[in-house]
Design a binder for this molecule. Structure first.
Ligand SMILES: Cc1cc2nc3c(=O)[nH]c(=O)nc-3n(C[C@H](O)[C@H](O)[C@H](O)COP(=O)(O)OP(=O)(O)OC[C@H]3O[C@@H](n4cnc5c(N)ncnc54)[C@H](O)[C@@H]3O)c2cc1C
Length: 409
């Protein structure tokens, strides 16, 4: 099996003493935070405990994101593209991404890289257990009120001055998504097949970001095709909708798509990945000193797109700066202006006011990829925002914006 286990984990169940930091969940955000702390000279000697239900890591996901320069995990980038394409009916556009590159990192490469690095530090401890609860212990010391966090798992516990948690109660989220909320809740759900053809069929320079010429299932559906070379690609059927599909449906959509485009070509499925990412501007969880939420749990996912990797890195940098300076930890990464745009788009999709495929088509038809990437990374200027908005029909977006403003007010 393509899996990796990095180190001897702790066998004692009750940890003596207090950790400076407990990282609850060793996935993308927990390990990114660990890596960044260990690369910061004033923090690298902190006593850190990492708890995860399993350190047996598999290649369970690939992360894609856009970036201008080399990032912290540049050495792990297995493929990058300087062109993206979007398709809907007879509309088709291929856009240069300059000055950004669209990059891909394999999950397993990331887990292995961070865990191998952390193994060199004897101030990092590892506990393989399922966390069952966390609580705050208030301490009266002289004239001040201090607090520690206690993390409990099956038959064990540890105390920390600070806990960073990314353990997502996915069942609770499904319940939350199905009950009436003040803010719309959609899922970005998908299945991807890494496929390999016998003959060259792909243009390896172009990432097909959204091909809407697929079954929409009454929502916003598209195929995402990332060619690693001219024979091999990750092909993902993705839907933004209120409910998930039956497991077989995603695979059927991929098969139909490959049949439609490459009917006479033989291919094999090398690997599969599945995912369901919450799309909402509603807060999934709140930090409460000294327990801080990060990653998906910490609302790092961009509500209108499902992209999180880039925002998780921004969140980690923000936290590390706060730890270095002793400032109050604050994990919110999305500014209110861009969150408002996300809320308006989600409102329109949730209430079926305009087809998602038409919205994205118009945005990509009338703007440069770089402007769109900036907009979706929350780094666009007001003028760039206006340029994007002018691509969209005012008669739909203005009333929706007013509704969202009124609801939020
Ligand atoms: C298949 C897939 C593909 C994705 N692709 C992209 C992409 O291309 N670009 C992008 O920007 N985003 C992408 N995302 C979204 C997002 O970047 C990832 O979900 C990311 O891994 C979120 O990081 P996280 O740390 O919040 O959660 P995770 O990485 O899921 O980490 C959570 C960790 O907590 C552990 N855990 C959970 N419960 C417990 C418990 N009770 N006790 C102990 N440990 C526990 C888990 O074992 C896991 O290791 C993708 C998501 C998926 C699922």
């Amino acid at each position: 099996m393509n899996a990796f286990k990095p180190m001897e984990t702790n066998t004692q169940s009750i940890h003596e003493g207090i950790y400076d930091i407990i990282i609850a969940g060793a996935g993308c955000s927990g390990l990114s935070l660990l890596y960044s702390i260990l690369n910061t000279s004033s923090l690298k000697d902190q006593k850190i405990l990492v708890v995860d239900k399993s350190f047996e890591k598999a290649n369970d996901r690939t992360w894609c994101f856009w970036e201008k320069e080399a990032g912290v995990f540049e050495s792990l980038v297995c493929k990058s593209w300087d062109y993206i394409s979007v398709h809907k009916n007879d509309f088709s556009t291929t856009l240069p991404t300059e000055p950004f590159s669209y990059k891909m990192i394999q999950g397993l490469d990331f887990y292995k890289h961070v865990m191998d690095y952390a193994k060199q530090f004897n101030n990092v401890y590892w506990q393989e257990s399922t966390i069952t609860s966390m609580e705050t212990e208030r301490l009266h010391q002289k004239n001040s009120l201090q607090s520690n966090a206690i993390v409990h798992w099956e038959e064990g516990m540890a105390k920390g001055h600070k806990v960073f948690s990314s353990i997502l109660p996915i069942d609770d989220l499904y319940t939350m998504s199905q009950t009436i909320q003040t803010e719309p809740f959609l899922w970005q759900h998908f299945k991807g097949h890494l496929i390999e053809f016998e003959n060259p069929v792909f243009d390896a320079h172009v990432a097909r970001l959204m091909d809407f010429n697929v079954n929409q299932h009454g929502a916003t559906g598209f195929m995402y095709v990332l060619p690693l070379n001219n024979k091999k690609a990750l092909v993902e059927y993705t839907l933004f909708s209120k409910n998930l599909l039956k497991p077989d449906t995603y695979a059927l959509e991929i098969t139909n798509y490959l049949q439609k485009h490459y009917s006479d070509q033989a291919y094999t499925i090398v690997h599969e990945e599945i995912g369901a990412i919450p799309m909402t501007t509603q807060s999934l969880a709140k930090s409460s000193t000294p327990i801080y939420v990060i990653g998906t749990l910490g609302n790092a996912v961009k509500a209108s797109t499902g992209y999180a990797f880039h925002f998780i890195q921004a969140q980690v940098q923000q936290i590390v700066k706060q730890l270095e300076t002793g400032a109050q930890v604050q994990t919110e990464v999305h500014d209110s202006r861009h969150q408002f745009y996300d809320a308006v788009l989600l409102y329109i999709l949730y209430h079926d006011l305009m087809e998602g495929s038409e919205i994205f088509k118009r945005i990509f038809e009338k703007n440069k990829a770089a402007t769109i990437f900036k907009f979706l990374s929350n780094t666009s200027s007001i003028w760039e925002d206006i340029r994007i908005m002018r691509s969209l029909p005012t008669k739909i977006f203005l009333p929706a914006a007013i509704k969202v403003l009124f609801r939020r007010g």
